[in-house]
Design a protein around this ligand. Structure first.
Ligand code: PEP
Length: 261
């Protein structure tokens, strides 16, 4: 077990996937900012589709909300029709990007090698990579969860240096829990995330393992958020469906820490 005091600020990220027009996204950000006010002890981000990023960044200006992209390409510019570069995102004011989400792996052929290049490119352009890892149902049933998660993690961190770990976020998202209403129990999520932190320690050292933030994702709701956030290694959540609803997302952001109960 990796022991030590945690300097990690909890992070809540809403992944809107292919939902919300630019104006709907900006209105959501304004409404959320009003409800939250200035939040000092946790970090909040929303990840609109590419078309909504510019308006969301404008709406988030001066608020506690950051804006993330849902993907990024690794090249700065060039003949890559349909792609968006890390320079384009960072020059827009985007702070982070989700990389290797299971839907991109499944529907768009994203590979571990691409994930590694995208994580590297994000860091090079001052974007915080949120690298997703997680086993599918068949792999879980076959007892392969650790093997799959560790393999994807090693690939995602292949081009990361130890001193950069604090800027990296890993999201453990069991594929069978995404959009299904079936959440991993807090204890099961903690166990896998503990394994992730151990492996980061092996790969990049203990300081890196203490600095890297590891999120849980998969059917997070207002009902299960407090239990998840009570786990010592869960540093936040990546929220899909529930991040589209302002009441649900605001409640998730206002999760109650174990020490407050
Ligand atoms: C996700 O898409 O990253 C996700 C966790 O979705 P949901 O919360 O809907 O399961």
């Amino acid at each position: 077990m990796v022991m030590g005091t945690s300097p990690r600020v909890p992070l809540v990220v809403g992944n809107w996937k292919m939902h919300k027009t630019s104006s709907e996204g900006a209105a959501f950000v304004r409404d959320l900012a009003c409800r939250l006010g200035q939040v000092a002890d946790r970090e909040v981000m929303v990840a609109p589709p590419f078309t909504g990023l510019a308006e969301a960044v404008r709406a988030a200006d001066g608020t506690c909300i950051g804006v993330a992209a849902q993907d990024v390409f690794w090249e700065k510019e060039g003949a890559f029709t349909g792609e968006i570069s890390p320079l384009m995102l960072s020059s827009l004011g985007v702070k982070a990007c989700i990389i290797g989400h299971s839907e991109r792996r499944k529907y768009f052929g994203e590979t571990d090698e691409w994930v590694a290049k995208k994580v590297r490119a994000a860091l090079d352009w001052n974007l915080m990579p949120i690298a997703c890892v997680g086993e599918d149902e068949g792999q879980r049933d076959a007892g392969l969860t650790r093997e799959v998660v560790v393999g994807q993690l090693e690939a995602a961190l292949a081009l990361v240096k130890a001193w950069e770990a604090r800027q990296v976020v890993v999201a453990y998202e069991p594929v069978w829990a995404i959009g299904t209403g079936r959440t991993a129990t807090p204890e099961a999520a903690q166990e896998v995330i503990g394994v992730i932190r151990e492996r980061v320690s092996d790969l990049l050292g203990e300081a890196a393992a203490l600095g890297v933030r590891v999120l849980y994702g998969g059917s997070v709701t207002p009902q299960n958020i407090d239990g998840l956030m009570a786990q010592p290694d869960i540093d936040g959540v990546l929220v899909g469906g529930a991040s589209l609803d302002i009441d649900a997302f605001a409640r998730i952001v206002r999760f109650v820490c174990a020490s407050e109960t």
